[in-house]
Write a protein that binds this ligand. Structure first.
Ligand code: SAH
Length: 337
C-alpha cells in the first residue's frame, strides 16, 4: 500500500487495526510530509512496529517523463506504476505556488471543447497518485505548495473517495498544510457529488464548470447537462454555499461565437444573481476541437455586462499557453492519444 494515499483518518484507523496508538499516525504525517522521510526507522517506534510498517507501506511516487517550464508555469508529464500517464501543472501566482492535479486517466464526461475527453476514462487515480503529483512538483521545483486546483485531467466527482482523501491529506496541518480555502475542486456538475462534497466534515472550495447559460447550449457543449441540467446544478451549488458559507466559483470558458455574446452574459447574470457565487471567465486554450477563444475585447465586454448586472466576475489569467498546457494536451502529444 502506498503511504501517500492515507488520509489522517485512514492512517489512524490503520494503527487501531494493528493494535497500536493512533496518535502515531500524526507523528508519521509530520515525518513524511514535513521532513520528507521515506522509511519508518527514525520515529523511535518499537522494532516490531517498524517491521510491520515496512511490510505494509511503500513510498513510490510517479516518474517524471517530461518537463516543460516557462517563466510563470511548469508542466510535468508523469508515468504511473502501470505505465499510464497524467499531467500536473505548477503556476507561480502572486500569492504563491498553485498546482493543478489530475484525478483520472482520461475522462468520460465528453465536453466538446476539452482535449482530455478525447480519451475515455481508463481508470481512476488513487489518492496516493493524486498526492504523488503534489509531492513530485514540490520535489522537482523545490517549492512549497500554497494552493491546489483539482482541475487537471478527469472528473473529480467520478472518483469521489480518492479526491476526498486527497483533500484531507493536502490540507492536514501536520502534512503539506495547504489552507482549505486554497484548495478548489472543480466539477463539470455531477449533482449528487456536489451534495456529498458539501456534506463532508470539512470540504474545501467548490468550482463548477458551467460554460453556458441555457440548457440548450450547455447540453451541446457538455453532455452531462442531459443528466444534470442547469437548475439542478444551481440548486446543488446553493446547498454547498448555504452549508459551508463559501462562495462557489462558476467557471465559464469563453468560446468565440458560441457562448460569448452580451445576451449570454445577461442570461448568466440571471442565473447567478441572488446567490453566493462568482463567475470566473476562462480564456479558451486552443485545441483541435474546432472551437476558438473569444477575443480579449469580447471577454472584457462580457465581464462588464456581468458586473453591470450585479455579478462578481473575474478573468482568469493565462498561464503557460506556450507550454501547450491545456488539459490533456501534453499527454496527447506524448502518447499520440
Ligand atoms: N472535470 C472537471 C475538472 C477538469 S477540467 C470540470 O469539468 O470542471 C478543468 C476546467 O478546464 C473545466 O472548467 C473545463 O471545462 C476547462 N477546460 C477544458 N478544456 C479547456 C480548454 N481547452 N481551455 C480552457 N479551459 C478548458
Amino acid at each position: 500500500m502506498n503511504i501517500y494515499g492515507y488520509s489522517p483518518r485512514k492512517l489512524k484507523e490503520y494503527f487501531e487495526y494493528i493494535g497500536e496508538n493512533p496518535a502515531k499516525a500524526m507523528i508519521i504525517f509530520d515525518g513524511i510530509y514535513r521532513r520528507g522521510l521515506k522509511g519508518f526507522t527514525e520515529y523511535g517506534f518499537a522494532e516490531r512496529i517498524v517491521e510491520r510498517l515496512n511490510a505494509d507501506f511503500d513510498f513510490a511516487l510517479p516518474k517524471v517523463v517530461e518537463k516543460r517550464e516557462c517563466e510563470d508555469a511548469a508542466k510535468l508529464l508523469l508515468e504511473l506504476s502501470d505505465g499510464e500517464y497524467v499531467e500536473t501543472v505548477l503556476m507561480r501566482q502572486m500569492f504563491g505556488n498553485c498546482i493543478c492535479v489530475s484525478t483520472q486517466v482520461g475522462c468520460n464526461m465528453g465536453c466538446k471543447f476539452c482535449q482530455s475527453g478525447l480519451l475515455k476514462t481508463r481508470r481512476n487515480l488513487t489518492a496516493a497518485e493524486i498526492t504523488g503529483q503534489a509531492l513530485t512538483i514540490a520535489r522537482e521545483f523545490d517549492c512549497r505548495i500554497d494552493g491546489v486546483s483539482v482541475m487537471g485531467i478527469g472528473e473529480p466527482f467520478d472518483n469521489f473517495e480518492a479526491v476526498a482523501d486527497f483533500c484531507e491529506i493536502v490540507t492536514e496541518d501536520k502534512g503539506l498544510a495547504v489552507g482549505r480555502r486554497h484548495v478548489t475542486v472543480s466539477t463539470c456538475g455531477i449533482v449528487p457529488g456536489i451534495y456529498d462534497y458539501a456534506d463532508l466534515p470539512r470540504p474545501c472550495n467548490l468550482a463548477i464548470s458551467l460554460h453556458a447559460p441555457t440548457d440548450e447550449l450547455r447540453t451541446e457543449l457538455m453532455p452531462i447537462n442531459k443528466a444534470y441540467p442547469i437548475a439542478e446544478v444551481i440548486k446543488a451549488a446553493e446547498y454547498f454555499s448555504g452549508k459551508t458559507h463559501r462562495r462557489v466559483t462558476l467557471e465559464y470558458v469563453m468560446l468565440k461565437g458560441v457562448n460569448d455574446t452580451a445576451e449570454n452574459a445577461k442570461q448568466l447574470a440571471g442565473l447567478v444573481r441572488g446567490h453566493d457565487f462568482y463567475v470566473n471567465l476562462i480564456p479558451y486554450n486552443s485545441t483541435d476541437s474546432g472551437y476558438t477563444k473569444s477575443s480579449a475585447e469580447t471577454v472584457s465586454e462580457f465581464c462588464a455586462v456581468l458586473k453591470d448586472n450585479g455579478v462578481i466576475a473575474t478573468k482568469r489569467r493565462e498561464f503557460g499557453a506556450d507550454l501547450n498546457a491545456a488539459c490533456g494536451q501534453l499527454r496527447a502529444d506524448y502518447t499520440g492519444q
